[in-house]
Design a protein around this ligand. Structure first.
Ligand code: GLN
Length: 494
């Protein structure tokens, strides 16, 4: 492992500006790390080293001309859900086989305009449907983490499993990710990285392959809270091309990092104490409460009574929107085409061959809950539940500034351990889904290790468009947790 892959994004930014190393050098160090490590981890499904070096050269020129932009020369990985102009984009699905967009997503455009360097496209669950990165057409991602004393491969979480594994294994300084029900925060928690899902509307969805449009939101995955603040600042902003993006100024997230806890009220929602929750999760949560209290926070018990309906309602709303969004993959316009005797048969053949089993399950559920006669009973009812969940949060935020909860109900599981039982898999997002249902921002911070020696995360949720609060309190948790142990480098084949 090179020193240049081991530093934080903030340190890289400083080093580049002080000309301690060049953009080309730090980019090459990451290309080398991908070359030696990616075979074992399967985090990247399309490395783009030539493009990376070409961009790094431009970055070096900008730096030497004293024209460095906010992310000048910073090598990043991009989840394959973001459309990248002239670079294959598949959402890890066979149905987008060979699809090469003719346009760039707004978020990646913002990153490139700020001088960032793309190292490649990252693996994810197919159409971001999953919690373990086992539904990808390109095969599962392996977590760099292992249980103490075991070589059994663990999942990195999902759906942004490639992003989480690449950041954790030092195959990039930071990565883009998306979160519809937990896909930034859950993999962050499982790999000891920081993941923030901003408020719905903070980042443009334009050019991001749609899963469930009323829930989807992109965000960064990084190794530190500071790095997440730097990346989110660039990714955010109003975009007239996305009618749900919100026209509000983007605050200076880095300035929020030093706020501390004095005068803040932290809510502890009692409904997040679930039956059967492992002892180690409760202990981690208590530890988090103590950290914040000892820094001067007032801890207040709050109630979010509709929490238990969030996951079932999500599994109506998300598949419903997915079934409608995925109707466009018909073999006519993009990617895969499997011919048939007539156009209907061509649709059927293409969709049968192109979608994997989890995506088919979602399309079937979604079509069912939207069908005549069931729409009111399922979809409309779920939307009403959603309003109640949102109202719970609004009432809690009359009393507190931020909520502290566990990020996941347990540590990383082994490959295959939950993939046979969809409900078991869905339950992994029990603590993350409510923030999506209400559009609120949430962050996962590495906070400790499980009994198996693998990472665990704590989640913070704040008011809409108050990501600053998440960075402020997140930094306190990060500092209190100290440096967690890191995965031993077993993946480099040098
Ligand atoms: N695991 C959840 C699902 O499968 C959430 C995925 C996501 O946030 N993209 O739907």
């Amino acid at each position: 492992m090179s020193e240049l892959t081991d530093i934080s994004l903030a340190e890289a930014r400083n080093g580049l500006r002080r000309k301690e190393f060049s953009a080309k050098e730090i980019t090459q160090a990451h290309i080398d790390a991908i070359e030696t490590g990616n075979e074992a981890l399967n985090a990247y499904i399309l490395p783009t080293p030539k493009l990376a070096l070409k961009t790094a050269e431009i970055a070096d020129k900008k730096i030497s001309d004293n024209e460095a932009r906010p992310l000048e020369g910073i090598p990043l990985g991009i989840k394959d859900l973001f459309c990248t102009k002239d670079v294959r984009t598949t959402a890890s699905s066979h149905i987008l086989n060979g699809f090469t967009p003719t346009y760039e997503s707004t978020i990646t455009r913002n990153l490139w305009d700020a001088g960032a360097v793309m190292l490649g496209k990252l693996n994810c669950d197919e159409f971001a449907m999953g919690s373990s990165n086992e539904t990808s057409h390109f095969g599962n991602v392996i977590s760099p983490w292992r249980r103490e004393g075991s070589n059994a491969p663990l999942v990195p979480g999902g759906s942004s499993g490639g992003s989480a594994a690449a950041v954790s294994a030092r195959l990039c300084l930071g990565a883009t990710a998306t979160d519809t029900g937990g896909s930034i925060r859950q993999p962050a928690a499982l790999t000891g990285t920081v993941g923030i899902k901003p408020t719905y509307g903070r980042c443009s969805r334009w050019g991001v392959v749609a899963f469930a449009s009323s829930l989807d939101q992109a965000g960064p995955l990084t190794r530190t809270v500071h790095d997440a603040a730097i990346m989110l600042k660039v990714m955010s902003g109003y975009d007239p091309k996305d009618s749900t993006s919100v026209d509000l100024p983007v605050p200076d997230f880095e300035a929020a990092l030093s706020g501390g806890m004095k005068g803040l009220k932290v809510g502890i929602p009692k409904e997040y104490r679930m039956d059967g929750m492992p002892e180690e999760i409760e202990t981690l949560w208590q530890q988090g409460i103590e950290w914040l209290r000892s820094e001067g926070a007032e801890i207040i018990d709050v109630s979010l009574p509709h929490t238990k309906y969030a996951l079932p309602a999500y599994y109506i709303v998300a598949p419903a929107e997915a079934s409608s969004n995925l109707a466009r993959y018909d073999g006519v316009r993009y990617g895969l085409r499997v011919p048939g005797g007539d156009i209907i048969e061509q649709y059927e053949n293409t969709r049968s061959a192109g979608f994997g089993p989890e995506v088919k399950r979602r399309v079937l559920i979604g079509t069912y809950v939207l069908s005549a006669g069931y729409y009111d009973a399922y979809y409309l009812k779920a939307q009403k539940v959603r309003t109640l969940i949102k109202r719970d949060f609004e009432q809690a935020f009359e009393k507190v500034d931020v909520l502290l909860t566990p990020a996941t109900p347990g540590p990383a599981f082994a490959l295959g351990e939950k993939s046979g039982d969809p409900i078991e898999m869905y339950l992994n997002d029990i603590f993350t889904v409510p923030a999506n249902m209400s559009g609120l921002p949430g962050i996962s911070i590495p906070a400790g290790l499980s009994n198996e020696g693998t990472p665990l995360g704590l989640q913070l949720i704040s008011r809409a468009f108050d990501e600053e609060m998440l960075f402020r309190v997140g930094k306190v948790i990060e500092d209190a947790a100290g440096i967690l142990s890191r995965p031993e480098d077993w993946w480099s084949i040098t």
